[in-house]
Design a protein around this ligand. Structure first.
Ligand SMILES: C[S@@+](CC[C@H](N)C(=O)[O-])C[C@H]1O[C@@H](n2cnc3c(N)ncnc32)[C@H](O)[C@@H]1O
Length: 278
């Protein structure tokens, strides 16, 4: 795959966003924990071929590479050069020779059909422009009996998104965030539409209390940042005055949710698996 990718403006914004975040992305334990669980649930075996889509700093890819061993191979793809730089740095530190990282758009992959035993997409599916279209493309890249595994988040997850959605609806702005994959039924339906069978979805309650100040700081009101699955950012419909007023309402809604422990930030997650039939 080439070292240059043609990206739409939407995807270039995503790539730039994650490149800016790349040096601190691995801080904290939540991303590593859920990436590890996705790999763990998939039961990869030595000798297998694995594709990690939207690999980021390579959390899934690097764990998979250690399991598939010298006889196996792992490829991680991402559109963010900054994230891939971090991933390559980690490969070098671990001394692994069975994993490589490529700059590529997950929705325009040109690997040969029937190439991979496992395909993962950890914490990234909602960034795709066409969810079912992406799943169909990845289905083609799996070998018969191959397994796709991805994360999806409940439509109750991420307090800043849920509250912003509610506030911004009053301004005629509809933000999708996790809605397209926000229930087990929706995930199941998407996989069926893409041709997958033996669908298994593990739903796990997760979340933590965060401070009111932290929650307020998570306001998504920057219209020049990308939002998942929607381009251009629907916030561009609003005037600066409307956005400022929406922020006041956002803060007030959060204050109303405050408890003695802080604000509950739900992070309910679905580990979603589907198999390509024989
Ligand atoms: C939340 S991070 C997840 C990274 C990693 N999979 C993990 O679990 O830590 C989302 C990643 O998706 C990547 N991404 C978004 N859209 C993409 C696309 N169309 N093709 C490839 N990568 C994409 C971003 O660059 C970013 O690295």
């Amino acid at each position: 795959m080439s070292h240059q990718v043609e990206l739409s403006e939407y995807k270039q914004q995503i790539a730039d966003l994650y490149s800016r975040r790349s040096s601190t992305y691995d801080n904290g334990d939540w991303h590593p924990r859920i990436a590890h669980r996705l790999v763990e649930y998939a039961h990869i075996r030595p000798g297998q071929q694995v594709l990690d889509i939207a690999t980021g700093t390579g959390m899934v890819a690097l764990e998979a590479a250690q399991i598939v061993g010298a006889e196996g191979r792992v490829i991680g793809v991402d559109i963010s050069t900054g994230m891939l730089e971090q991933a390559r740095r980690k490969v070098a530190a671990l001394g692994l020779s069975n994993v490589e990282f490529q700059l590529a758009d997950a929705e325009a992959l040109d690997f040969p059909l029937n190439s991979f035993d496992y395909i993962f997409c950890s914490s990234a599916l909602i960034w795709m422009s066409d969810l079912v279209g992406a799943l169909r493309l990845w289905y083609g890249l799996l070998k018969p009996k191959g397994l796709l595994g991805f994360h999806a988040f409940a439509d109750t997850a991420f307090i800043e998104g849920v509250v912003a959605q509610r506030v911004l609806e009053k301004y005629g702005v509809s933000l999708l965030f996790s809605k397209p994959t926000g229930t087990v039924e929706k995930c199941q339906k998407m996989l069926q539409l893409a041709g997958f069978s033996e669908i298994e979805i593990k739903s796990e309650l997760d979340g933590s209390y965060i401070s009111l100040e932290k929650a307020k700081g998570m306001w998504i009101g920057n219209a020049s940042s990308p939002v998942p699955g929607q381009y251009p950012n629907p916030l561009l419909q609003l005037t600066p005055e409307q956005l400022a007023q929406a922020k006041v309402e956002f803060d007030a809604s959060l204050s109303a949710l405050q408890t003695e422990q802080g604000i509950w930030n739900d992070l309910t997650i679905f580990y979603v698996f589907g198999r390509k039939p024989r």
